[in-house]
Ligand binder design. Structure first.
Ligand SMILES: *Cc1c(COP(=O)(O)O)cnc(C)c1O
Length: 239
């Protein structure tokens, strides 16, 4: 049986190899361990193996897990990233408990997160979620809307704009997958090179999962979000 620590080593080897292949420095890509559906004990095991950043999709599940980990004073505390869709009635929970949010795709959510972020905490670190391949029902703003949303976020006092995130659908070939990742990277570059004020910490392209992390790194990802590759296969509870 493989342990979480062994899985983490394996993912880091894949990331390093992908960086080498793309002629990028090995420290230019960070690992976000996606712990959704796994318990606090699994997060603890990963944290004790050196993993620092964890991603959660379901707000209440994440908040419960954050509280459980906070109660474990004998270990390094994780940095928590919200990577799931956010309804308006969940923004306060997110603003109060998480360090990062990758899934800001409309101004109303950004405004609520800024208003509800407690003043005693560091600004919430946020990415604009873009949808480069999907229909209107998928979350994420369109590539055309991304720059304006980014600009609006830079004006919100309790948010710090960190980058762009996307969850492209799987594609039939690696070439097609790479091309979709490159469209996301182009949105990231457009904002980075826009000359907008407030981009001093804009450094994150959140792209790639267990199955496609190499292609995401080839396209320029700086943060891969890996769930099953770290924790094993998920058995989903009813959605
Ligand atoms: C579940 C999830 C992941 C991780 O997916 P794996 O295929 O298990 O690596 C990454 N990003 C988001 C937004 C997710 O919902």
């Amino acid at each position: 049986m493989t342990t979480i620590a062994e899985n983490l080593q394996q993912i880091h080897r894949r990331m390093a190899h992908a960086c080498d292949a793309a002629q990028r420095p090995q420290d230019s890509v960070a690992l976000l361990a996606v712990s959704k559906t796994f318990g606090a004990d699994a997060v603890r095991e990963a944290a004790l193996a050196g993993q620092r950043a964890f991603g959660e999709n379901y707000i209440q599940e994440g908040v419960d897990k954050i509280a459980q980990l906070r109660a474990m004073a004998d270990m390094p505390q994780p940095v928590w990233h919200c990577i799931g869709p956010i309804q308006s009635n969940k923004t306060r929970l997110v603003a109060t408990h998480f360090d990062w949010v990758h899934t800001v795709d409309r101004l109303k959510i950004a405004q609520r997160l800024s208003e509800q972020r407690p003043a005693a905490l560091a600004p919430l670190q946020v990415c604009v979620q873009v949808n480069v391949d999907g229909g209107e029902t998928k979350s994420g703003c369109s590539p055309e809307e991304a720059l304006a949303l980014a600009q609006a976020i830079t004006a919100l006092p309790q948010l710090q704009l960190r980058g762009v995130m996307s969850i492209p659908d799987p594609q039939p070939t690696p070439e097609a997958m790479l091309a979709v990742h490159q469209r996301v990277a182009a949105v990231f570059a457009q904002i980075r090179d826009s000359g907008l004020p407030g981009l001093d910490a804009f450094d994150t392209l959140s792209l790639g999962m267990t199955d496609d992390l190499e292609l995401a790194v080839a396209a320029g990802s700086t943060m891969v979000r890996v769930g099953s590759g770290v924790f094993g296969k998920r058995s989903y509870p009813a959605a």
